[in-house]
Write a protein that binds this ligand. Structure first.
Ligand SMILES: NC(=O)c1ccc[n+]([C@@H]2O[C@H](COP(=O)([O-])OP(=O)(O)OC[C@H]3O[C@@H](n4cnc5c(N)ncnc54)[C@H](O)[C@@H]3O)[C@@H](O)[C@H]2O)c1
Length: 307
């Protein structure tokens, strides 16, 4: 199969590329390296240093003729989307419509889309399943949900198949801990320098941390399964930020309590996503425990050496 991965030089996209190559697929990446890195790319991918918002995208699709598109490219920061909603809309909404138009015009059969738990907002019950009401709280969440609806529209108008994957908190190698990366990346960045991170609020807030390799495996499975479905990609397991810190401090050999900071406005207290639907539809299950994933991160494990 020939698969085009937008954002393939990024954290999650690069792991997806590796698993596709391992399956024997031909892989094309379109990435403007806004937050991704060329060094993340496995050598055997065909790389286009291009922006998904540009008209030139169509000629890449025309030349490469991918059967499936895995769409990871995005402005990925929720706070940045609040600070600059126009930029978020340009990349995450208009850029995605540009991807869908190129897909429609060049015979792509299916689009697999990286959506987010951000579409659910403050949970009304836990774990959050796919039937949970949508309640976006940022331009980022709004763009992700609007794209989900575009996908349903393109399927009904043009027969372009899709699967939406709503990720929980993804962590693992190649996640950027210096910018707005997830809490695991930030803790790892600081602990590896002997610095003690700050936990905001009580630390009893829960998150559902899923290892990037498991997310990549769900994407690869979705290239051939779960037609027209919306699926949570998560562990279904709640971990408090305090528990996370304890495990990480022990692994990184830091014998000090975390610093404490005030609760941050807008932080969701608890979040766990039910993954039963994805397990069934994708014949997939997360295979990395948090301890195993964090240990792999600590040891500098960085994917498959051969790809
Ligand atoms: N990391 C998480 O916990 C998480 C959770 C939910 C959803 N997601 C989604 O998963 C996807 C991948 O995120 P990530 O964590 O790997 O972030 P990332 O920043 O590492 O990856 C995004 C990639 O998209 C590229 N990109 C950005 N704008 C582009 C443009 N205009 N044209 C071409 N390429 C562009 C970046 O250079 C980067 O390589 C995103 O769609 C994100 O919204 C991530």
């Amino acid at each position: 199969m020939k698969v085009l991965v937008t954002g393939g030089a990024g954290f999650i996209g690069s792991h997806i590329c590796e698993l596709l190559l391992q399956r024997g697929d031909r892989v094309v990446v379109v990435d403007n390296l806004r937050t991704g890195k060329r060094a993340n790319l496995p050598p055997r991918v065909t790389f286009y240093h291009e922006d998904i918002t540009q008209p030139l995208l169509n000629s890449i699709f025309r030349q490469e003729k991918p059967q499936v598109v895995i769409h990871e490219a995005a402005q990925v920061s929720v706070p940045s989307s609040v600070a600059d909603p126009l930029l978020d809309t340009k990349i995450n909404l208009a850029g995605t419509v540009n991807v869908l138009e190129a897909a429609k015009q060049n015979g792509v059969q299916k689009v697999v889309f990286a959506s987010s738990a951000a579409v659910y907002g403050e949970p009304q019950y836990l774990p959050i399943d796919e039937e949970h009401p949508i309640s976006v709280q940022s331009p980022y969440g709004l763009a992700k949900h609007t794209v989900e609806r575009y996908l349903a529209l393109y399927k009904s108008l043009y027969g372009l198949d899709y699967t939406v994957l709503r990720y929980s908190n993804v962590y693992g190698p190649r996640q950027d801990g210096q910018g707005e990366g997830g809490v695991v990346a930030i803790f790892a960045h600081l602990l590896s320098r002997g610095l003690v991170p700050t936990i905001f609020g009580s630390g009893e807030q829960t998150r559902d941390f899923v290892f990037v390799r498991d997310v990549a495996a769900a994407n690869v499975a979705a290239t051939t399964k779960a037609s027209g479905q919306v699926l949570n990609v998560s562990t279904n397991h709640a971990v408090t930020v305090n528990q996370l810190y304890e495990i990480m401090a022990q692994l990184w050999g830091v014998d000090a309590p975390a610093r404490r900071g005030p609760e941050r406005a807008g932080d969701i207290e608890d979040s766990t996503l039910c993954n039963l639907k994805a397990c069934e539809a994708l014949a997939w299950a997360p295979s990395w425990s948090l301890e195993a994933g964090l240990a792999a991160l600590k040891e500098g494990w960085d994917g498959l050496p051969d790809f």
